[in-house]
Design a protein around this ligand. Structure first.
Ligand code: PHB
Length: 356
């Protein structure tokens, strides 16, 4: 019989009971000081039947924040809050990675104690930041000096250590969707003239330094990475994404990572010109695909060998028991977009399970 979503799999040293991954989802419901709250514990615990949960993107330092009410993973209080999440997920037999995030230029001084957001180059993204007082125009970011970059690498290392203390099974380095590491990769946001800009090797340097440092700290088998080669979200573009990301994946092969997680397209739903089959074949480890999958397409991606796992976002918001619903072809709850970002338990922990 062909492999499907419900077959177990190993990612690095982590055994998953099925191949359905809960994608990282920003929900803007953390407490004061970026500390996870009881409702955050309940939300993740409810979804522990996923083969793997990848948490919402989580800032690694105060300068890494770009939206209101995000959790963090750099203070002892945050670690203690996340420990309750990982304990609850593990008690239900689940596995959970935390997504490590620096937003770079996708922020606003009002979210950074008045500081200017930082980026590879001083290029203002088109659009607006989501702040505590509503939407506000993005500002021109400050160019990170070369001598500041080891400090950013150290922030990832510190966050990875905090993640281990908090009981996570691993970390996913967020290098997608127009945030800091992706801003370095793509030439629409990186025009540096030093060894962090220009060639593919230079633009990928910070990502590789972060991965090397994180891998050396917690182990390659606990480290994954997420890429979004052609997602234009956050005003991103590149002059030659296929060649750039083929190069990046070749470099990732040196680490023996737990997995590569790829957003295969444009989150806005526009057609893209990119060969993800070739990209996947270039990678020598486990591959998680994401973007708009349903059960049939997920099973097909696994049966064909294209992917080892499939990440589902919106379906997991609305269906804490998505795995069981797919297993028995039960109808799905529909997600309410109005409660995606911020608020309380409504639209967060109150989506019904199938009645037993
Ligand atoms: C968001 O908060 O809108 C967001 C966060 C992280 C992503 C994508 C979107 O990777």
């Amino acid at each position: 019989m062909a492999l499907d979503l419900f077959c177990p799999v190993k990612l690095g040293s982590i055994s998953l009971k099925n191949r359905m991954v809960m994608a990282p989802l920003t929900r803007n419901r953390a407490g004061e000081g970026g500390v996870p709250l009881a409702m955050n514990v309940k939300y993740y615990e409810q979804r522990a039947s996923a083969g793997l949960i990848i948490t919402e993107a989580t800032p690694i330092s105060p300068m890494a924040h770009g939206y209101p009410a995000l959790p963090g993973i750099y203070t002892p209080e945050q670690v203690a809050g996340w420990k309750k999440v990982t304990d609850a997920v593990h008690a239900k037999g689940g596995k959970i990675f935390i997504q490590l995030w620096h937003v770079g230029r996708i922020s606003h001084p009002s979210l950074l104690n008045g500081e200017t957001p930082v980026a590879p180059s001083a290029i203002k993204p088109v659009g607006q930041a989501f702040t505590y007082t509503g939407m506000q125009d993005f500002v021109t970011p400050r160019t990170l000096e070369k001598k500041e970059l080891p400090g950013i690498v150290n922030d990832y290392v510190h966050a990875a250590k905090c993640a281990m203390e908090a009981g996570f099974d691993g970390v996913e380095v967020h290098s997608a969707n127009g945030y800091l590491l992706d801003q370095f990769l793509r030439d629409g946001s990186n025009v540096r003239a030093d060894e962090y800009g220009g060639s593919f090797e230079n633009r990928a340097r910070l990502l590789m330094q972060v991965l090397e440092a994180v891998v050396n700290t917690i182990g390659a088998d606990k480290t994954g990475v997420r890429l979004s080669p052609v997602n234009p979200f956050n005003d991103m573009h590149d002059s030659n994404p296929q060649a750039l990301f083929n190069y990046v994946v070749g470099e990732l092969n040196k680490f023996n990572l737990a997995y590569l997680h790829v957003i295969e397209g444009d989150v806005g739903g526009n057609a893209v010109n990119f060969d993800f089959v070739t990209l996947r074949k270039l990678f020598n480890g486990a591959y998680i695909t994401n973007l708009g999958y349903d059960k049939a397409r997920g099973n097909a991606a696994i049966a064909s060998g294209h992917a080892d796992c499939v990440a589902y976002g919106v379906p997991f918001i609305a269906n804490p028991d998505l795995v069981e619903r797919y297993r028995i072809d039960a109808p799905l709850n529909q997600a309410d977009q109005n409660t995606f970002y911020g608020g309380n338990e409504k639209g967060y922990t109150d989506y019904p399970f199938l009645s037993r």
